[in-house]
Design a protein around this ligand. Structure first.
Ligand SMILES: [Ca+2]
Ligand SMILES: [Ca+2]
Length: 221
């Protein structure tokens, strides 16, 4: 009797384990370029102990008559257009299917992919796409900051260098970081080192001038 119970329990445990393992492997095939990160699309480690934000969105996009282990991923706009990990790139852009047209078994538009469940993994910023990508200060019509003062660059309005999406300071009254502090003037932008350096330089110039003056006088005697 006891042996029969143990056998049944073993079968149940094996079936659950098989379903879980199967679920993980088939879901990887149900997103474009899924094999690139494998289980790491949905889990932070290979043991599956913790989940990425992408898994939460995958779970909201399952279909099928079975249990959560058996249902299939619906790769459509509801999953494509979401930025699950909040890194500024949609799941579709990260997984190499920017137009969200990929179907199971076909080749995605791009063979490269970044991880939709990890904000540290994302495509390189594209300067000129009108979107403030991670790592860009500005892009066409988009600026994180507007006033030169926000960059400690005096007065004026910040522009944008459209070759590399960095700030352009040509309309600011001084270079960024308060490096243009005038001789001896103390500004409240934390330019302690700059001001100290300027004073030190001034002191050296005065000493040099005195030394030259003394030498000239000795020669005149
Ligand atoms: Ca990412
Ligand atoms: Ca951009």
């Amino acid at each position: 009797m006891r042996q029969a119970f143990l056998s049944v329990a073993l079968v149940v445990v094996s079936t659950v384990a098989a379903n879980t393992a199967e679920a993980r492997s088939f879901r990887v095939e149900e997103i474009p370029n899924g094999a690139k990160f494998g289980c790491r699309n949905c889990h932070n480690d290979d043991s599956g102990a913790t989940n990425t934000p992408f898994l939460a969105d995958v779970r909201s996009n399952l279909e099928g008559p079975g249990t959560i282990q058996e249902d299939h991923v619906v790769w459509g706009p509801a999953l494509c257009n979401v930025d699950s990990d909040g890194d500024g790139w949609s799941n579709a852009a990260e997984l190499g299917d920017p137009d969200c047209v990929w179907t199971i078994g076909s080749s995605p538009a791009k063979s490269s992919a970044t991880n939709p469940g990890n904000p540290k993994s994302h495509p390189a910023p594209i300067c000129g796409n009108g979107k403030l990508d991670a790592g860009e200060a500005c892009d066409a019509g988009q600026q994180a900051k507007v006033d030169c003062a926000e960059e400690s660059a005096g007065q004026g309005t910040l522009g944008c260098n459209m070759n590399d999406c960095t700030y352009n300071y040509s309309n600011c009254t001084q270079p960024p970081g308060g490096r243009g502090v005038e001789d001896g003037e103390s500004e409240e932008d934390g330019g302690c080192t700059t001001t100290g350096g300027a004073t030190g330089g001034g002191g050296m110039a005065v000493l040099l001038g005195l030394s030259l003056l003394l030498r000239r006088r000795r020669r005149e005697r």
